[in-house]
Structures are given as structure tokens and as C-alpha cells.
Design a protein around this ligand. Structure first.
Ligand SMILES: NC(=O)c1ccc[n+]([C@@H]2O[C@H](COP(=O)([O-])OP(=O)(O)OC[C@H]3O[C@@H](n4cnc5c(N)ncnc54)[C@H](OP(=O)(O)O)[C@@H]3O)[C@@H](O)[C@H]2O)c1
Length: 315
């Protein structure tokens, strides 16, 4: 089978290559998937450029974590899945998963049935971003009671556009920041208020919220958004000084999360997709041969929604 690989650390156009490998087998507790589509995430390009682990996130010279495709083999001890099932997964994260290949073995615990309402490209694009948004909202204590005010910093990116939709689906009043050109899209995803992140006056006018989900680097929430007990969850991290400042404003908890593979939560994502309550906006789709160009698109930092690679363009 054909698989993407990195020949070393460095620029996408230089180090991305392809190799022919023996087909893997489904181990105990795993299924073998014929891969249709794989979403790309900033972590893929950061780890390729660096060529080493980031904390618990494993570097591998065979990339990819997101996947959508069709089960072709079921390993021993796996219940509830059969050949021919269309599935999607964030595989093994933060361990290496090698999903950018024609076939990949994935732990059954990481799988969910692909939403019928989504294309294979959308399903492949979603898992890491959707689970990050889901787990950030959980960490912020946002449940389905409809009472919360939630601010998403970075409402147009891969994680942000799903955080906006999932927060709205949990009944929250959603505020989101986005560039001027993307505001209409973000409103369409269910944000009640969209604030231009380059407009300091508009940012300063944001009042207290129950939770802030930070998806952009080096960005503190606007001072007015944080009151006593505002949960501030970052997926990009704060410096120690920023954390101290937030706690001084009354934020609690102030927490950085790292997404974890979770098939049960992904089934929750799929249920919302099939109910028509969330979608995946595709910034761009690339063929497998164009993986380097796809990674370069992610590297611009200007992505709207998700970038996806079609490994099997018939899928
Ligand atoms: N901790 C975890 O588990 C975890 C999981 C997933 C991602 N992450 C990290 O979280 C970050 C976001 O990931 P992602 O996949 O959502 O990224 P992404 O899709 O590449 O985000 C790009 C978007 O961010 C917007 N943006 C840039 N600066 C902004 C600002 N100051 N305010 C508001 N929007 C801004 C851009 O809009 P414009 O084009 O208008 O600027 C663009 O639409 C990355 O650093 C990633 O590595 C962490």
C-alpha cells in the first residue's frame, strides 16, 4: 500500500515523500480501515517541521491522526464493527497513528460511525478538531442547559468553527472573534455575536462570559470578558505570567487541554451532524499526491474550517 512519509525534519516540499509498504493487519482490538480522507491539523505541520516529539505528542516519520474510511478487516476481540462499515476516528492521539496511508489499523475504541449527513472528506477532516472543541467545552463546564455565555477566540479556524457550533448546540449564547471577511460565515455557524479580532474597541466592549475557549496563540481574553469564576480553557497554552494575570482577574479554572482520542465522544459529534446541528466547513481539499501543498496551506494560519487530503479520491 502507498503511505506518506517524512524523510527528515524540514519544509513540506522537501521532506514529504511516499513509500510502498506491506498492508498492515488489524491487531487485537483494532480494525483495518481503507482510508478515504484525512484531515490536517497544525500539529501535523509543526511536528513535521520540528522532527521530534512535543511533550506527549509523538513524532513519527509516517504522519496522520485523523481518518475517515471503510472497515476492511476486524481484529480479534472487536465487537460492534463489521467489514463495510464507514467510520471516522482520531486515531491513537497523542501516540503516532500513520493515517496518511491507503490502509491503517485503528483501535476500535477510537472509532465512531461516520455521519451519514457528511461527505467522507468532512468526516475525515473533523475528528481532532471536533474532539478538541468538545473536550474544551467539557473542561469549561458547558453542558446542555442553555444558560451559559461562551466566547470562542478564533471562531473561524478548524477547532474554533466546531467550538462555535458545539457551544450553540449545547444551548449557549455564543460570542466569537473572527477576521472581518469571515464574520458572516461564523454567524452562520451559530455565533450570536461575532467580533472582529482586529477591532480593539469591539473587543473592549465584550462583557463578562461564563467561559472562554482560546484557540489562537499568544492571545489573552479581553479583560471585560473575564469575571469572577469565568472558565478560561486554552488549547494553545498561556505563559506562567498570563495564567497569573487571568487568575488575578478572577478566572477559574484556567486550564490548558490536550485533545485525547475518544470514540464515544466522536459518536456524539456524529449524532449532532446527523441531526443537522453541526457541519464541517472545508477550506480546501487536496489529492494524496498534493500532501505537501495541503500542509503548506495549513501553515499559512489563514485556514477557514478544515484542510483535508483525499487519500482515495473515490471515497
Ligand atoms: N491542545 C490541543 O489539543 C489542540 C488541538 C487542536 C489544535 N490545537 C492548536 O490550536 C491552534 C488552533 O488550531 P486550529 O486547527 O483551529 O487552527 P487553524 O484552523 O489553522 O486556525 C486558523 C484560523 O485562525 C484565525 N485567527 C488567526 N489569528 C486570530 C486571532 N488573533 N483572532 C481570531 N482568529 C484568528 C484565522 O483567521 P484569519 O485568516 O482571519 O486570520 C484562521 O481562520 C493551533 O495552534 C493548534 O496547534 C491544540
Amino acid at each position: 500500500m502507498r503511505a506518506a512519509c517524512y524523510t527528515g525534519a524540514g519544509a513540506a516540499a522537501t521532506v514529504i515523500s511516499f513509500e510502498d509498504l506491506d498492508a498492515p493487519a488489524a491487531g487485537p482490538g483494532e480494525v483495518l480501515i481503507r482510508v478515504a480522507a484525512v484531515g490536517l491539523n497544525p500539529v501535523d505541520v509543526k511536528i513535521r517541521a520540528a522532527g521530534h516529539d512535543f511533550g506527549p505528542i509523538r513524532y513519527a516519520d509516517r504522519p496522520g491522526w485523523d481518518v475517515a474510511g471503510t472497515i476492511v478487516e476486524v481484529g480479534t476481540g472487536v465487537k460492534g464493527w463489521a467489514q463495510g462499515d464507514d467510520v471516522f476516528a482520531l486515531a491513537r492521539f497523542p501516540e503516532a497513528a500513520h493515517t496518511l496511508a491507503e490502509l491503517v489499523a485503528v483501535p476500535a475504541d477510537d472509532l465512531a460511525a461516520a455521519p451519514r449527513a457528511w461527505s467522507a472528506a468532512q468526516a475525515g477532516a473533523a475528528p481532532l478538531a471536533a474532539l478538541t472543541a468538545w473536550q474544551a467545552l467539557d473542561a469549561a463546564g458547558i453542558r446542555e442547559d442553555g444558560a451559559a455565555r461562551v466566547l470562542v477566540l478564533g471562531g473561524a479556524g478548524g477547532v474554533g468553527h466546531l467550538a462555535v457550533q458545539l457551544a450553540a448546540a449545547r444551548g449557549a449564547h455564543v460570542l466569537a472573534t473572527a477576521g472581518a471577511a469571515k464574520q458572516a460565515l461564523v454567524a452562520g455557524w451559530g455565533a450570536d455575536e461575532v467580533i472582529d479580532y482586529r477591532d480593539d474597541d469591539a473587543l473592549a466592549a465584550i462583557g463578562p462570559v461564563d467561559a472562554v475557549i482560546v484557540t489562537v496563540s499568544d492571545t489573552l481574553p479581553p479583560r471585560g470578558a473575564v469575571a469572577e469564576g469565568t472558565a478560561v480553557i486554552t488549547i494553545t497554552g498561556f505563559s506562567a505570567a498570563q495564567e497569573e494575570e487571568l487568575r488575578g482577574w478572577g478566572a477559574e479554572p484556567v486550564q490548558r487541554i490536550l485533545v485525547a482520542a475518544d470514540g464515544a465522544q466522536l459518536a456524539g459529534v456524529a449524532a449532532l451532524a446527523d441531526a443537522g446541528r453541526i457541519t464541517v466547513h472545508l477550506d480546501s481539499e487536496y489529492g494524496f499526491d498534493d500532501l505537501a501543498a495541503a500542509e503548506e496551506r495549513v501553515e499559512t494560519g489563514r485556514v477557514t474550517g478544515k484542510v483535508v487530503v483525499l487519500v482515495d479520491s473515490a471515497g
